[in-house]
Design a protein around this ligand. Sequence first.
Ligand code: UDP
Ligand code: MG
Length: 317
Amino acid sequence: MLLSIVVPCYNEEAVIAETIKRLSAFSRELNELAVEFIFVDDGSRDATRSILKQHASHDVRIRLVSFARNFGHQIAVTAGIDCARGDAVVLIDADLQDPPEAIHGMIEQWRAGFDVVYGTRTDRPGESTFKRATAKGFYRLLNRLSDVPIPLDTGDFRLMSRRVVDTLKAMPERDRFVRGMVSWAGFKQVALPYQRAKRFAGESKYPLSKMTRFACDGIMSFSAKPLQLAMAMGMGTSLLALIGIFYALFLRIFTNIWVEGWTALMIAVLFLGGVQLICVGILGEYIGRIYTESKQRPLYVVQEYFGFQEEITFSRS
Ligand code: UDP
Ligand code: MG
């Protein structure tokens, strides 16, 4: 049996050596289970790639996929899954926020027959109150909107069986929200609570802008509810307009007071304009996604594979 551990890395020179050390120490405790490490260098601009190469040349278990540029975390994870050969695949961050030791528990559950064992964060000590609050809000909102239930407070740290990995590989979409895609796949899934540690070194590679984009991707690719919201807003506005019309008519017919002036007019025009623009924006988000899908570009561009003895046969359409 082979276990593949996929580690996406972007500008992680400060932690990567320590990560390799911790992962090797962890793998020594695995009996009867061979391990391969797949590091995906997501177009790092620092020494990450050379450090990884150096380790890969000494250790046959380490394989490296280097992207031609930065494609983003979710795509990096996808590339790792694409070339993993294991009977089970573990996704783990490079910054040691997810403790490798927790993988033992995941393997246990996998052996007990589960196909997906996802790590659920009980606590996130090393992160800012803002990040914790927005993350908490995001997972709850996503869960409400999404058509498939996506577990709360769960990142990409997880173990997946070969069946699930093959299902993921068969999913061609360009907007990748891996944790949602795994939920969608189904099979037997179970949570494994763990404490998310502080980042070992370096800075978070997810600034607010990337986090917002990521949240948007998650919601848009797993829910059509924003479109229904647009519809509901339209209905609400029409209803308001109708009430206004009856009110104006009532005054005109039964009293001497007329609804006057440009204030009412301005409010109505601006309100309507706002609602329309929001709705067009929501539509645009979905159409933009259709556009990206329709271009049918490859998901990522690999500059080099390193440490793979066999020819890489996998290709994505
Ligand atoms: N990462 C990546 N590409 C990116 C951004 C991040 O491969 O464009 C990797 C990063 O190296 C790390 C993981 O994704 O291993 C999670 O990133 P980070 O720790 O910065 O996010 P946070 O834990 O702060 O949400
Ligand atoms: Mg992190």
